[in-house]
Design a protein around this ligand. Structure first.
Ligand SMILES: Nc1ncnc2c1ncn2[C@@H]1O[C@H](COP(=O)(O)OP(=O)(O)OP(=O)(O)O)[C@@H](O)[C@H]1O
Ligand SMILES: [Mg+2]
Length: 152
Protein backbone atom coordinates (compact mmCIF):
# COMPACT_ATOMS: atom_id res chain seq x y z
CA UNK A 1 0.00 0.00 0.00
CA UNK A 2 1.43 3.35 -0.98
CA UNK A 3 0.45 6.68 0.54
CA UNK A 4 1.43 10.22 -0.33
CA UNK A 5 2.12 12.61 2.52
CA UNK A 6 2.45 16.32 1.93
CA UNK A 7 3.26 17.41 5.48
CA UNK A 8 4.18 16.16 8.91
CA UNK A 9 0.52 15.99 9.90
CA UNK A 10 -0.29 13.67 6.98
CA UNK A 11 2.45 11.29 8.04
CA UNK A 12 1.15 11.29 11.59
CA UNK A 13 -2.40 10.60 10.41
CA UNK A 14 -1.28 7.65 8.27
CA UNK A 15 0.66 6.23 11.23
CA UNK A 16 -2.25 6.84 13.58
CA UNK A 17 -4.68 4.81 11.50
CA UNK A 18 -2.14 2.01 11.08
CA UNK A 19 -1.65 1.89 14.85
CA UNK A 20 -5.37 1.52 15.42
CA UNK A 21 -5.28 -1.70 13.41
CA UNK A 22 -2.27 -3.12 15.24
CA UNK A 23 -2.22 -6.15 17.50
CA UNK A 24 -0.01 -7.40 20.35
CA UNK A 25 3.30 -8.81 19.12
CA UNK A 26 3.23 -6.85 15.89
CA UNK A 27 6.57 -5.43 14.75
CA UNK A 28 6.86 -2.42 12.43
CA UNK A 29 10.20 -2.03 10.66
CA UNK A 30 10.87 1.56 9.54
CA UNK A 31 13.06 2.32 6.54
CA UNK A 32 14.20 5.70 5.27
CA UNK A 33 17.23 7.96 5.57
CA UNK A 34 18.14 10.70 8.02
CA UNK A 35 15.24 13.07 8.51
CA UNK A 36 12.87 10.97 6.39
CA UNK A 37 10.17 11.21 9.04
CA UNK A 38 10.49 7.96 10.99
CA UNK A 39 10.19 9.64 14.37
CA UNK A 40 7.27 11.75 13.12
CA UNK A 41 5.64 8.47 12.06
CA UNK A 42 6.32 7.03 15.52
CA UNK A 43 4.64 10.02 17.16
CA UNK A 44 1.50 9.52 15.09
CA UNK A 45 1.62 5.81 15.75
CA UNK A 46 1.78 6.36 19.51
CA UNK A 47 -1.18 8.72 19.27
CA UNK A 48 -3.15 5.98 17.51
CA UNK A 49 -2.33 3.60 20.35
CA UNK A 50 -3.60 6.14 22.85
CA UNK A 51 -0.21 6.98 24.36
CA UNK A 52 -0.65 10.24 26.29
CA UNK A 53 3.05 10.86 26.85
CA UNK A 54 5.06 12.87 24.32
CA UNK A 55 7.13 10.60 22.11
CA UNK A 56 10.67 11.80 21.50
CA UNK A 57 13.43 10.35 19.37
CA UNK A 58 14.96 7.37 21.18
CA UNK A 59 18.34 8.16 19.64
CA UNK A 60 20.19 8.39 22.92
CA UNK A 61 18.08 6.03 24.94
CA UNK A 62 17.85 3.42 22.15
CA UNK A 63 14.59 1.97 23.48
CA UNK A 64 11.65 3.83 24.97
CA UNK A 65 8.58 2.16 26.41
CA UNK A 66 5.17 3.81 26.52
CA UNK A 67 1.78 2.66 27.72
CA UNK A 68 -1.28 3.09 25.53
CA UNK A 69 -4.07 0.67 24.68
CA UNK A 70 -1.08 -1.67 24.31
CA UNK A 71 2.52 -1.26 25.46
CA UNK A 72 4.43 0.62 22.77
CA UNK A 73 8.15 -0.02 22.28
CA UNK A 74 10.00 2.57 20.21
CA UNK A 75 13.50 1.59 19.17
CA UNK A 76 16.28 3.36 17.27
CA UNK A 77 18.55 0.65 15.91
CA UNK A 78 20.97 3.25 14.53
CA UNK A 79 22.39 3.66 18.03
CA UNK A 80 22.75 -0.02 18.79
CA UNK A 81 26.24 0.07 17.33
CA UNK A 82 28.35 -2.36 15.37
CA UNK A 83 26.84 -5.49 16.88
CA UNK A 84 23.33 -4.13 16.77
CA UNK A 85 21.65 -7.54 16.69
CA UNK A 86 23.59 -8.84 19.73
CA UNK A 87 22.89 -5.65 21.64
CA UNK A 88 19.22 -5.77 20.81
CA UNK A 89 19.08 -9.38 22.05
CA UNK A 90 20.77 -8.34 25.30
CA UNK A 91 18.42 -5.40 25.81
CA UNK A 92 15.29 -7.55 25.76
CA UNK A 93 14.53 -8.26 22.14
CA UNK A 94 12.23 -11.18 23.03
CA UNK A 95 9.94 -9.02 25.10
CA UNK A 96 9.89 -6.23 22.53
CA UNK A 97 9.29 -8.35 19.43
CA UNK A 98 7.34 -11.29 20.84
CA UNK A 99 5.60 -9.77 23.84
CA UNK A 100 2.27 -8.15 24.59
CA UNK A 101 3.10 -4.84 23.00
CA UNK A 102 3.65 -3.28 19.62
CA UNK A 103 7.21 -2.65 18.53
CA UNK A 104 8.36 0.04 16.08
CA UNK A 105 11.99 0.01 14.96
CA UNK A 106 13.71 2.99 13.30
CA UNK A 107 16.70 2.00 11.14
CA UNK A 108 15.41 -1.56 10.83
CA UNK A 109 18.23 -2.67 8.46
CA UNK A 110 20.61 -2.65 11.44
CA UNK A 111 18.69 -5.50 13.05
CA UNK A 112 17.55 -7.13 9.84
CA UNK A 113 18.32 -10.71 10.90
CA UNK A 114 16.18 -10.32 14.03
CA UNK A 115 13.01 -9.03 12.38
CA UNK A 116 10.32 -11.63 13.03
CA UNK A 117 8.48 -13.27 10.14
CA UNK A 118 5.29 -11.35 9.76
CA UNK A 119 6.71 -7.93 10.52
CA UNK A 120 5.26 -4.96 8.65
CA UNK A 121 7.65 -2.77 6.65
CA UNK A 122 7.17 0.99 6.43
CA UNK A 123 9.37 2.85 3.95
CA UNK A 124 9.43 6.65 4.03
CA UNK A 125 11.11 8.38 1.10
CA UNK A 126 11.04 11.64 -0.81
CA UNK A 127 8.10 11.81 -3.22
CA UNK A 128 8.66 11.25 -6.93
CA UNK A 129 9.16 14.99 -7.59
CA UNK A 130 11.30 15.45 -4.47
CA UNK A 131 9.03 18.24 -3.28
CA UNK A 132 9.85 19.72 0.09
CA UNK A 133 7.69 18.32 2.89
CA UNK A 134 6.34 15.57 0.64
CA UNK A 135 6.98 11.91 1.33
CA UNK A 136 5.94 8.58 -0.14
CA UNK A 137 5.06 6.06 2.52
CA UNK A 138 4.95 2.42 1.48
CA UNK A 139 3.48 -0.10 3.88
CA UNK A 140 4.11 -3.73 3.15
CA UNK A 141 2.47 -6.53 5.06
CA UNK A 142 3.84 -10.06 4.76
CA UNK A 143 2.44 -11.98 1.85
CA UNK A 144 0.57 -15.08 2.75
CA UNK A 145 2.57 -17.09 0.27
CA UNK A 146 5.85 -15.90 1.69
CA UNK A 147 4.78 -16.62 5.22
CA UNK A 148 3.72 -20.19 4.55
CA UNK A 149 6.86 -20.83 2.54
CA UNK A 150 9.08 -19.59 5.35
CA UNK A 151 7.16 -21.52 7.95
CA UNK A 152 7.46 -24.58 5.75
N1 LIG B 1 5.58 14.83 5.03
C1 LIG B 1 6.40 14.80 6.09
N2 LIG B 1 6.36 13.73 6.93
C2 LIG B 1 7.19 13.65 7.98
N3 LIG B 1 8.10 14.58 8.32
C3 LIG B 1 8.18 15.68 7.52
C4 LIG B 1 7.35 15.81 6.38
N4 LIG B 1 7.64 16.99 5.78
C5 LIG B 1 8.61 17.54 6.49
N5 LIG B 1 8.95 16.78 7.55
C6 LIG B 1 10.01 17.10 8.50
O1 LIG B 1 11.06 16.17 8.36
C7 LIG B 1 11.64 15.93 9.63
C8 LIG B 1 11.58 14.45 9.94
O2 LIG B 1 12.29 14.24 11.14
P1 LIG B 1 12.30 12.85 11.88
O3 LIG B 1 13.05 13.06 13.15
O4 LIG B 1 10.94 12.27 11.96
O5 LIG B 1 13.19 11.97 10.88
P2 LIG B 1 13.81 10.52 11.15
O6 LIG B 1 13.51 9.72 9.94
O7 LIG B 1 13.32 10.00 12.45
O8 LIG B 1 15.36 10.85 11.21
P3 LIG B 1 16.52 10.06 11.99
O9 LIG B 1 17.06 9.06 11.02
O10 LIG B 1 17.52 11.13 12.30
O11 LIG B 1 15.96 9.41 13.20
C9 LIG B 1 10.91 16.78 10.64
O12 LIG B 1 11.61 17.98 10.84
C10 LIG B 1 9.57 17.03 9.95
O13 LIG B 1 8.97 18.23 10.35
MG1 LIG C 1 14.27 9.34 14.18
Amino acid sequence: MKYESSCERDTMAIAESLAKASAPGQVYALYGGLGAGKTVFAKGFAKGLGVAETVTSPTFTIIREYQGALPFYHIDAYRLGENAADEFLALGYEEYCYGDGVCLIEWAPYVDELLPFGHISVTIEPDADKRENHRSITIETPERGEKSRKLG
